[in-house]
Design a binder for this molecule. Structure first.
Ligand code: ARG
Length: 458
């Protein structure tokens, strides 16, 4: 079934058909394609280009096709080239002559550009909703762990004490920016390409403002060649998805580390872990590893499309059909990863004692010990040196700063008094960090409020 048989004298070679077809993957655009066609024919009738009777027949036919596809009554059989041919052929089969008028003043080039924009818009919204679900799960963890102490790391070396709420809060911020990026796509995607035709507009008196409005766009695109040649919005979407995947991957990596036998900061729920076929003791973080691993294919889709587009002359080229398969895969992948990841983190148990012990045993309070001396008048550089000696001493004895006797402290510096113990207690170290953005619970409570407000606002 071809839309373009007229000029041809030979049948299409079967391999050519299979190489050229896109129905096997663009079938997922059926909703967008039908929505666009309904808007197009509504406008055609309003402009007197097709009759109202034809319009009504076409819309009823399209709605029937939509319903039949959704109910599984209409199969995507192989003889059609793409979703556009499929819908138009079935329409004509169902309603006769009127069906042949639908494509007046339209090309598959502006049609596919519209379908992809509508699809991206819907998918970006769905992705943003999934990111928000994840943020809600993170917020809950934050609310419950304002005083769960753990080591903060630099270079994967224990650095200073933070709280679990603070650590998780870092990811909340990343995902907040991700939602911002997804929402931001719409600012540039928001012009409707319908009416651009093959590349040079049409000679029919189309009302492009009207179709743009019917389809929820701010207005029509301003250059018909750009309209059919532009895939920037998809590249932007894939960039936003790549950044989400990168964030999920970093978080997964941390969960894998936290779940390792050496750390034991978290215990993954049985429902979100897997076993080994040979080692009976194993409980593996496969979900986190898969989320981390799938980042590659998401980046792959972005790089593939950038590469496909880079050498294309204006306007439409068939190369652009390659915008679909990997992009669809990337969209599905990120949505699945978000769903699974949210399930995994919201069922994960935190081993608070192990976290606190790790912070306590890693000299994460060494900076606070130096600050203690500074508050007693010792210059910071000297204080740094004194605490360095103390750390060396503790390493030799296999103890923490908290375990040293006052005599041992005084042997290194007479400035130390009994209040050193309180000054370097994990609680004190964290509580003193009260500037906004710091882990102190006082600061964190304000941040939590802002986080809640951001989720409620949009
Ligand atoms: N399947 C095509 C695509 O995805 C639809 C547009 C076809 N246009 C054309 N002139 N062959 O790009």
């Amino acid at each position: 079934m071809k839309l373009w048989g007229g000029r041809f004298t030979k049948e299409e070679n079967q391999e050519v058909h299979e190489f050229n077809e896109s129905l096997s993957f663009d079938r997922r655009l059926y909703r967008e394609d039908i929505e666009g066609s309904i808007a197009h024919v509504t406008m055609l009738a309003r402009q007197g280009i097709v009759s109202e009777a034809d319009r009504d027949a076409i819309i009823a036919g399209l709605e029937g096709i939509l319903a039949d596809i959704e109910e599984g009554k209409l199969e995507f059989t192989k003889e059609y080239e793409d979703i556009h041919s499929f819908v138009e052929a079935h329409l004509t089969e169902r309603i006769g002559e009127a069906g042949k008028r639908l494509h007046t003043g339209r090309s598959r080039n502006d049609q596919v550009a519209l379908d992809m924009k509508l699809y991206c818009r819907r998918q970006a919204e769905e992705t943003a909703a999934l990111v928000k679900d994840l943020q809600k799960a993170l917020l809950k963890i934050m609310e419950e762990n304002l005083e769960t102490y753990m080591p903060g790391f630099t270079h994967l070396q224990k650095a200073q004490p933070v709280t679990l709420a603070h650590h998780v809060g870092a990811y909340f911020e990343m995902f907040e920016r991700d939602r911002g990026r997804l929402a931001d796509l719409n600012r540039r995607l928001n012009q409707c390409p319908l009416g651009a035709g093959a590349l040079a507009g049409t000679t029919y008196p189309l009302d492009r403002e009207y179709t743009a409005q019917l389809l929820g766009f701010a207005g029509p695109t301003y250059n018909s060649m750009d309209s059919v040649a532009d895939r920037d919005y998809l590249i932007e979407f894939l960039s936003a998805l790549s950044i989400i995947a990168m964030h999920l991957s970093r978080f997964s990596e941390e969960i894998i580390i936290w779940n390792s036998n050496e750390y034991r900061f978290v215990e993954l729920d049985d429902a979100y872990s897997t076993g080994s076929s040979i080692m009976p003791q194993k409980k593996n973080p496969d979900i986190a590893e898969l989320v981390r691993g799938k980042t590659g294919r998401v980046y792959g889709a972005l790089v593939a499309l950038l590469t496909t587009m880079k050498g294309l002359p204006l306007a439409y080229n068939k190369d652009m059909q390659e915008d679909k398969e990997m992009a669809f895969d990337a969209i599905d992948t990120v949505k699945d990863c978000l769903t699974l990841f949210t399930g995994m983190v919201s069922t994960m148990a935190f081993c608070r004692d192990a976290m606190a012990a790790s912070a306590r045993n890693g000299f994460t309070n060494a900076t606070d010990a130096a600050d203690y001396l500074v508050n007693k008048g010792v210059p910071f550089r000297d204080a740094h040196g004194i605490v360095g000696q103390l750390v060396l001493y503790c390493i030799g004895k296999g103890i923490a700063l908290d375990d040293m006797t006052l005599e041992e402290y005084k042997a290194v510096s007479p400035v130390f008094e009994e209040d050193i113990y309180d000054a370097i207690a994990l609680r004190t170290c964290v509580e003193k960090r009260t500037t906004i953005g710091a882990p102190g619970p006082e600061a964190m409570r304000k941040v939590l409020q802002a986080c809640r407000a951001r989720l409620e606002e949009n």
